[in-house]
Design a protein around this ligand. Structure first.
Ligand code: SAH
Length: 193
């Protein structure tokens, strides 16, 4: 199949992702922070995640990774598009449910409330589930050994090194309320993990 189909898919998905995030990024700047855990490690992890996000766009726009190209097949493309679509829907829903408490990093906002409804009812980190679905979608739809796994690897690193600190921050901020929430929810996959 023509790799330009995959390029159009990757470009379209990236545009939708940026469009979902943009209004939340703008609003976030105006919400007062009462506690920030944005240390050097967080900054490095955010840079790693941005690199992972941009590598597929470099693949779309240039021949830089042409040495790692392989043939595009219909089945993984269709599965990839499904994962990207589901991931983007969940990305949108989790931003909508988290509202003014969303942050690009680890922060407690003024009058922060623990959100336990909507997509936060059964998993504690639906936005990360969304980003894993999205990165799996890229892995499947993008026929290149470098650009395909790029976001999955980079976001996986961010998740692995951030999740403990995030849950500790939430526990410090919400105490028994977060403990009870943690007891009745899973991290990423409803009922499983
Ligand atoms: N890990 C979550 C949210 C990512 S955004 C997810 O994957 O959906 C990161 C910010 O969300 C953190 O600064 C934290 O303050 C906030 N946050 C995470 N879970 C929250 C919750 N259940 N209620 C309110 N704020 C939450």
């Amino acid at each position: 199949m023509n790799p330009w189909i995959a390029k159009a898919v990757v470009l379209g998905a990236s545009v939708v992702m940026v469009a979902i995030r943009a209004p939340h990024g703008n609003r976030s700047r105006g919400v007062k922070t009462v506690k920030s855990c944005k240390g050097t490690r967080e900054v490095v992890l955010l840079v790693v995640a941005w690199i992972g996000f941009f590598v597929p766009l470099i693949w779309v726009a240039s021949p830089a990774f042409s040495f790692a190209e392989y043939r595009l097949h219909l089945a993984p493309l269709v599965a990839g598009v499904a994962c990207l679509g589901l991931g983007l829907w969940l990305f949108h829903r989790s931003h909508a449910d988290l509202g003014r408490y969303w942050s690009i990093t680890l922060e407690v906002r003024e009058n922060h409330r623990l959100v336990t409804e909507g997509v936060y009812r059964r998993v504690r980190h639906p936005m990360y589930t969304a980003l894993f679905l999205y990165s799996l979608g890229q892995l499947l739809a993008l026929p290149n050994w470098v650009a395909g796994p790029s976001y999955l690897v980079c976001f996986g690193i961010l998740f692995a090194l951030r999740i403990g600190a995030e849950e500790q921050m939430m526990l410090d901020a919400f105490g028994a309320e977060y403990d009870a929430y943690r007891a009745k929810t899973k991290r990423l996959v409803p009922g499983l993990w």
